[in-house]
Design a protein around this ligand. Structure first.
Ligand code: BG6
Length: 469
């Protein structure tokens, strides 16, 4: 990695400037996060919003108030007013140098800004160049939202453009999955429990399976979703990032790169995906969604197998399935252990394999599935050891709250590095090049039957672990 010579943080940021403040992400996520940060006492700087809309400070505040009231139940009046008081607005076109002069003026004496770009990726480079020309980047950090490119080549091209103005250490790429508390819990559970490490490998684990399921469709995001599909929307980024935490070697040292280096090694050991081990589905009705091409072959469901060529995982398939309009909203990853041999107990049946599940949602937690004797019968039955992570529901910082707080404090651990992004694109690139046919599936099912065929001979997709199941 290039050493950071600019953007070095020796104190917290003194201003947050948000480009695209009038957009959907800000409305749904950012104002809520800023409010929660204010309430938690961790927001300590002015916020400058930038967008094309013909607004002034008051219009921005009214919009922000509406967004908080729509996303937070009974907001605390004092915290809300304090957050709103931090806001000011700069109107402008991102292609116009004058916009950046106005931003500069609005930043005042601030020395260490964080610029958060909640804008279409096609505008990242324009805004970053504008910031550079206005002389605003020397001690700045720039937070960008996925997608980071559309494939390996475009990811490299985008980065090259950003790096004409910024250094790698100044670019904070958000993958909001990495800000989820239960995703952070995975690393702790794996490495803080010495009973796990000896069995966390190909000698004991037969395969890993991950599900990211949503029980709703594309809704009003037709245009965006039709251009990406499930592979680019959640698998290349969220799913692979979580699998890296499941599969990486233990981190050493506690600098921001210790975990990111181990994840990178895991990705490097991952074989480029095989299009023959890839199934795509599209829910019935997707073609009628507003702004979706009526002939679209974009996948709203994807299932695939990945292989990792290293000492720990060689020969252990990693299966992923993700999709919209499935029966549940759930996200989990399970390591399935090897099946015990046929025993002289249990009426000649082979016991099922143990499973260790990390549930990201709903109700984050972890479950170790063991087996015991069923009362009175000579049979095996599951005996689950379950831990729920959240002490007090809703008390943990939410992903955007945590990640924006980290960006303002110069904590980079949870932001994805370009080298890892390129590796993940390398892994999925053959699937983008040879996507194969699209299988229709009915809404409310677990995707096309072909997804079951993908795992046949090794396993079946486990029913997700749901609360009270
Ligand atoms: C986003 C995707 O990155 O992640 C969405 O663009 C998806 O399509 C979302 O719904 C899932 O994340 P979460 O945190 O809402 O489960």
């Amino acid at each position: 990695m290039a050493k950071r010579t600019r953007g070095h943080v020796d104190k917290a940021a003194d201003v947050l400037a948000i480009f695209g403040i009038s957009g959907d992400l800000a409305k749904k996520m950012t104002f809520r996060a800023l409010y929660r940060m204010q309430k938690a006492g961790v927001l300590d700087c002015p916020i400058v919003g930038v967008a094309l809309d013909d607004w002034d400070d008051e219009a921005l505040r009214a919009h922000a108030r509406g967004a908080v009231e729509a996303t937070v139940k009974d907001p605390d009046g004092e915290a809300l007013e304090a957050m709103l008081a931090r806001l000011s607005y700069v109107q402008g076109d991102y292609g116009d140098d004058a916009t950046f002069e106005r931003v500069k003026k609005a930043l005042g004496d601030a020395k260490q800004p964080v610029f958060y770009l909640e804008i279409p990726p096609s505008l990242f480079a324009t805004v970053v160049k504008g910031l550079g020309t206005a002389g605003l980047v020397d001690r700045a950090h720039v937070v960008i939202e996925k997608p980071f490119g559309h494939d390996l080549e475009s990811a490299r091209a985008l980065n090259a453009e950003l790096c004409e103005v910024l250094e790698e250490g100044q670019i904070l790429r958000i993958d909001h999955y990495l800000g989820k508390e239960p995703v952070l819990d995975i690393t702790y559970l794996r490495f803080a429990n010495s009973i796990l490490e000896p069995v966390w490998n190909r000698s004991y684990i037969s395969h890993v399976q991950m599900t990211i399921a949503e029980d709703f469709g594309v809704d009003d995001r037709g245009r965006f979703y039709d251009s990406v599909g499930a592979m680019r929307d959640v698998i290349q980024n969220h799913a692979l990032q979580v699998l890296a935490l499941i599969g990486m070697e233990p981190p050493s040292g506690n600098d921001p790169d210790s975990v990111r280096d181990k994840k990178l090694e895991f990705f490097r050991a991952m074989r480029a995906a095989d299009p023959k081990r890839y199934v795509r589905g599209q829910y019935d009705g997707f073609l009628e969604v507003k702004d979706v091409d009526p002939k679209s072959t974009t996948e709203t469901f994807a299932a695939l197998e990945l292989q990792v060529d290293n000492w720990r995982w060689s020969g252990v398939p990693f299966f992923i399935r993700a999709g919209k309009c499935l029966p549940e909203k759930t996200s989990e990853v399970t390591a399935v252990f090897r099946r015990p041999p046929l025993l002289g107990i249990g009426h000649g049946k082979t016991p099922e394999p143990n499973q260790c599940t990390f549930r990201i949602e709903p109700e984050p937690g972890s479950r170790m599935r063991m087996f015991q004797k069923k009362a009175i019968a000579e049979e095996f039955e599951p005996a689950d050891l379950e831990v729920l992570f959240e002490g007090e529901p809703g008390a943990d910082p939410e992903p955007y709250e945590r990640l924006l707080g980290d960006a303002l404090n110069g904590v980079h651990t949870l932001f994805t590095r370009q080298d890892a992004i390129e590796e993940t694109w390398r892994v999925v690139q053959p699937l983008l090049d040879h996507p194969g046919k699209i299988h229709p599936y009915e809404k409310g099912t677990w995707g096309p039957a072909a997804a079951g065929d993908l795992v046949k001979g090794v396993t079946h997709w486990s029913a997700p672990w749901l609360p009270n199941s």
